[in-house]
Ligand binder design. Structure first.
Ligand SMILES: *Cc1c(COP(=O)(O)O)cnc(C)c1O
Length: 379
């Protein structure tokens, strides 16, 4: 599918949606779980039988997301984890998955337990090391390579095109968790990935009030995609009408929000990297980042809201800094309009996260207020 409109237009207009019954420019929320048949027992609408997988407003959300990602098809799930689970469930016992190491902890924990139970061989690899990963893919011939870029909370950047070539040679699927970038900032399918995944809970919705997940595919005839579709339909990991409505409402401003969040995050990263109380800043927009050039080639209009930094001192000093913040709310998650801060070590103490690492999700507030909050907390 070729994307004719620019993303700002696509999202603002909800892919040109007009309600055919009322002329409304906003989709109606249909709460019905079931749909009637006529006297001949024909369906009033061919594709509306039962709401487990027949829901107009969900289909609209999927159309917008598929178009934005230049995908042939997209599916929305009730959470990001439900979409990852639907993808992993297509892998059979005895097959191999290469998964990026040190990514979103929820993914790592769930994937380890799932693969163990299902006799799937799981190899965790730092996929930002391109040559090493290409050699591993050739040697292990995995069914699935799952990467997250930028990664959370380390902000590692993985070379999507290079790994797309390597996976193609062994007939594997390359799936990219693109949550930290989002569809307005990076389009992994354009770079050769086969499936792109998002936690819609983050910047796609953007208002910290909906849980959602997304998978989108480059070629809908793939067996894995048919399996995922059947799994969602039959196993029922579907989002409700009201949540889909909120997701679409949030998406209308996605490019605008991303622009401001990325601009603010860049300014915060620059400020922190010049601060004498800060040890290291992890942000792909900084020229000092290990893969700045690669990030620049894979991302457009900025580098997203997510950044991490280590404060000088010990764990208590990091907690003191977090405790003094007033604007940055002490909460997990990312990509919302409000800025958030997390002391990751408190959440995942066993994964090698430094005790002094703070993760920020930078929102759309005025940059002067954000910098003032950080200045007060660090001083
Ligand atoms: C939040 C998140 C997920 C999980 O999404 P949920 O909607 O919380 O289930 C997966 N990957 C990344 C990178 C995330 O940030």
């Amino acid at each position: 599918m070729t994307r004719r409109q620019r993303l700002e237009t696509l999202f603002a207009q909800a892919a040109g949606y007009i309600d055919q019954q009322t002329g409304g420019v906003v989709p109606a929320i249909q709460p019905s779980t079931t749909f009637v048949r006529d006297e001949q027992y024909d369906l009033l609408r061919d594709n509306n039988i039962y709401a487990r997988d027949d829901n107009d407003i969900v289909r609209l959300a999927e159309k917008i997301l598929a178009t934005a990602e230049n995908a042939q098809d997209a599916l929305v799930f009730p959470t990001g984890m439900a979409s990852i689970a639907a993808l992993f469930r297509t892998i059979r016992a005895g097959q191999t998955i290469i998964m990026q190491s040190q990514i979103y902890w929820g993914t790592t924990k769930w994937a380890r337990e799932f693969c163990e139970r299902r006799d799937v061989k799981l190899i965790e690899q730092d996929t930002s090391k391109t040559d090493e990963t290409i050699a591993l893919i050739a040697a292990e011939k995995p069914a699935l390579v799952f990467i997250e870029t930028p990664s959370n909370p380390w902000l590692h950047i993985t070379d999507i095109s290079a790994l797309a070539d390597a996976t193609k040679q062994v007939d594997a699927i390359l799936a990219v968790d693109s949550t930290a970038a989002g569809p307005a900032t990076s389009n992994p399918l354009d770079l050769g990935a086969n499936i792109v995944m998002h936690s819609g809970t983050k910047s796609i919705n953007g208002h910290s009030d909906v849980l959602a997940g997304v998978l989108a595919v480059d070629d809908e005839t793939r067996t894995i995609w048919q399996d995922i579709k059947v799994d969602r339909h039959d196993a029922g990991a579907v989002i409700g009408s009201f949540e889909a409505y909120l997701l679409i409402r949030g998406m209308r401003t996605l490019p605008l929000r991303m622009e401001r969040m990325s601009e603010n995050a860049m300014a915060v990263a620059s400020y922190l990297s010049n601060h004498d109380q800060v040890d290291h800043v992890f942000y792909p927009g900084l020229e000092s980042h290990e893969a700045h050039a690669l990030a620049k080639s894979q991302m457009q209009n900025g580098f997203g809201p997510l950044l991490s930094f280590t404060v000088k001192g010990d764990k208590q000093r990091a907690l003191d800094v977090v405790g003094k913040m007033k604007l940055f709310k002490r909460a997990t998650s990312l990509g919302g309009v409000e800025s958030l801060v997390e002391h990751r070590y408190t959440i995942e103490s066993t994964t090698g996260i430094p005790e002094t690492l703070l993760r920020l999700s930078v929102g759309i507030e005025h940059i002067d207020d954000l910098i003032a909050d950080l200045e007060a907390a660090l001083s």
